[in-house]
Write a protein that binds this ligand. Structure first.
Ligand code: SAM
Length: 204
């Protein structure tokens, strides 16, 4: 298989640049951490400094090619976005060469237990973008140190941040399923009465 790039990967996952543009407009994060990023460069279209972490060789090859990364961002990045793109080829569950409390935004999308392993890198009042697929949003919903500040709805390539009526979200269909250890053991999220593509939480 040929070397994947962000733009080729977009044919599979869609273009998430509008999601990060919406996050930038709402909260203006400067520094983001994306463990389990694979080649998803979309945060750098909106955020000035993003550190990507993955064990995958193809991700390492993609981010290792600075010219390719720059060309993929060319014409796509918002002003000041994409200035610093760093890649760490490492398992995110091992200590990363990063300062604790130094990232405004932690991104957890389809990549396992990022919240449990990388929460220490988030600044006070930092943001967590997480989805429920591998359980992270479900764990975050049960974490008293976080509060839900937005749900992300996604339809036909359009991402919308929902900031009102959040009490309707993350309501388990089966309340007994909302147990952190069970979610960790299963490695996947639980079903909610109203679902969303992802959720944004803030450290309290
Ligand atoms: C399904 S892909 C999702 C990629 C991207 N986050 C997305 O939403 O399209 C999961 C990625 O997480 C990476 N990953 C999973 N566990 C990891 C770990 N413990 N450390 C580093 N990378 C990990 C895998 O190598 C893979 O590239």
């Amino acid at each position: 298989m040929s070397q994947p790039t962000w733009r080729s990967y977009c044919q599979t996952i869609g273009d998430r640049a509008p999601l990060f543009a919406a996050i930038r407009e709402a909260w203006d994060p400067d520094v983001a951490l994306y463990p389990g990023s694979y080649v998803d460069l979309s945060p750098s279209t909106a955020i000035p400094s993003v550190t990507y972490v993955d064990t995958d060789r193809r991700a390492a090859r993609f981010f290792g090619d600075a010219d390719l990364v720059a060309s993929e961002l060319s014409g796509r990045a918002l002003p000041e976005a994409g200035a610093d793109v760093t890649f760490i080829h490492q398992d995110y569950s091992t200590p990363l060469p990063l300062e604790t409390s130094s990232f405004d935004l932690l991104i957890s999308l389809y990549a396992g237990p990022v919240w449990d392993n990388c929460r220490e890198y988030l600044t006070p009042q930092g943001l967590l973008l997480a989805n429920a697929s591998h359980g992270d949003a479900s764990l975050a919903a049960l974490d008293p140190g976080l509060r839900l500040i937005a749900a992300v709805q996604h339809r036909a390539g359009v991402y919308r941040l929902i900031r009102e009526g959040l009490g309707d979200y993350l309501v388990p269909k089966r309340p007994e399923a909302a147990d952190p250890q069970t979610i960790r053991d299963r490695g996947r999220g639980i079903a909610y009465t109203k679902s969303a593509f992802a959720y944004i939480f803030q450290l309290v």
